[in-house]
Design a protein around this ligand. Structure first.
Ligand code: SF4
Length: 420
């Protein structure tokens, strides 16, 4: 029976340190730009520090999650992974009861609103999955835990165990790991692309059934997600985004998370010695968004070719606009929604506000300024009631004119937060 911790147990804290640190390599729950409170400076209810990540619930709330591994002692030997069997790192393993206890304790202290739990493979995929399910089941059934639970599932585990996981978890995820089957074979020989896809397909069927059938038991109501590593193999950005597009279409994924490969100690020679620039990961997220919500096709984002990489200096929408100047300028007062969504600097919410406002009066440049949009970026691409870009679109130095001040550093992506 779990009892609330009165004083921190040093052995448990050491495990937490190891297993929260090992979990930070998994990007499949999103960090966010939530307000930061730092427990290292004292105070209760911190959302900052190793071991905390954020996720969005189906009703749009942003929740902070305790993000840990059950163990980092894995019997598999995936070359890119710090927890692989041949890795020379301190190992630790929580018991099911310890994870349940920590989750409840942090929850009651208001540190977290849920749990993100993953694990190295312990004895077998089934044994590991059983342990993960036991944590979720105990939280829900023994302790009436109503917080958010995200379980990382093991693709080779039996469908029955995956089915049970979905009854207790809000979200399930299975990592596709790498964008190309050949790379997975080379770097993670114990894993199988086909098995991963089969497990995703099985989850999709159960998630769809639970949604369609009112009386069906709940099953992973926040859907399923996956993570793909960027920069560990030679896959170009077009290949990465092509795989993501295929996964969204085939398995109804809620999110594909892109995780820039970070070099690990004693890494295999097959891996690159340096991490890819963080901005590459950021550009992939922006492109993913354009593909899903802005009506762009893969060919528009990264045209096929020998060097099918995203532009690191310009965001993918701006990059497209610079390659397709004939599409512009777009009239802010007349253009259809789809055309406005293609204007660099205009997001979905701003476009919807523009459409609502222009019903009452023709929009002028000052009206756009009030919407807090990046005017410098917009100017060459938009016509308002009182302004046209004139010859701006034809200027040879247009790219320099619209690139953000401060360059790429000004656009860095947010990093994983920390609990300890
Ligand atoms: S199975 Fe997972 S934890 Fe184990 S080595 Fe591979 S990636 Fe790492």
């Amino acid at each position: 029976m779990y009892r609330r911790m009165s004083a921190p147990d040093p052995a448990l804290l050491r495990k937490l340190e190891i297993l929260a640190d090992a979990a930070k390599y998994d990007a499949s729950c999103a960090s966010s730009a939530a307000p930061k409170r730092d427990s290292r400076k004292g105070g209760l209810g911190s959302t900052e520090g190793m071991g905390i990540c954020h996720a969005y619930t189906p009703d749009g709330r942003c929740v902070s999650l305790l993000k840990i591994l059950l163990t980092n002692a894995c019997i598999f030997d995936c070359a890119y992974c710090i927890s692989r069997a041949s890795s020379n790192v301190p190992r630790a393993r929580f018991t099911v009861e310890e994870v349940v206890g920590l989750t409840l304790d942090f929850y009651r202290r208001n540190f977290i609103e849920g749990l993100f739990l993953s694990s190295g493979i312990i004895r077998s995929p089934d044994y590991t999955m059983e342990q993960l399910v036991r944590v979720a089941k105990s939280l829900r059934l023994d302790h009436g835990f109503k917080g958010y639970i995200h379980l990382k599932t093991i693709p080779d585990a039996s469908p029955e165990l995956l089915a049970e996981a979905g009854l207790h978890a809000d979200r399930l995820s299975i990592n596709i790991e790498l964008p190309q089957e050949a790379s997975l074979k080379a770097l993670a020989p114990e894993k199988d692309f086909a098995d991963i896809r089969k497990a995703m397909a099985g989850l999709r069927v159960r998630i769809d059934e639970a949604k369609a059938e009112k009386r069906a038991p709940r099953f992973s109501p926040s859907g399923q997600s996956t993570q793909m590593m960027v920069g560990a193999d030679g896959a170009d950005d077009r290949t990465i985004l092509g795989t993501a597009t295929n996964l969204y279409g085939s398995y109804g994924l809620r999110r594909v998370y892109y995780s820039a490969y970070s070099p690990i100690p004693d890494a295999s020679k097959a891996l690159p010695p340096a991490a890819p620039p963080l901005i590459r990961e950021h550009r992939l997220y922006q492109s993913d968004w354009l593909l899903r919500f802005y009506g762009f096709a893969l060919d528009e984002i990264v045209p096929a070719g020998p060097d099918a990489m995203l532009d690191l200096e310009a965001d993918p929408k701006l990059s497209w606009a610079l390659r397709n100047r004939a599409f512009f300028p777009v009239d802010v007062n007349r253009a259809p929604r789809e055309a406005l969504l293609r204007v660099p600097g205009l997001g979905v919410k701003t476009v919807d506000r523009i459409i609502a406002s222009r019903r009452h009066a023709a929009l002028r440049w000052d009206d756009l300024a009030r919407l807090r949009v990046p005017l410098r970026k917009l100017r060459p691409f938009l016509v308002t009631a009182d302004a046209t870009p004139g010859a701006l679109l034809d200027r040879a130095d247009l790219r320099r004119l619209v690139l953000p001040a401060g360059g790429m550093a000004a656009q860095a992506a947010p990093r994983q937060m920390s609990l300890l």
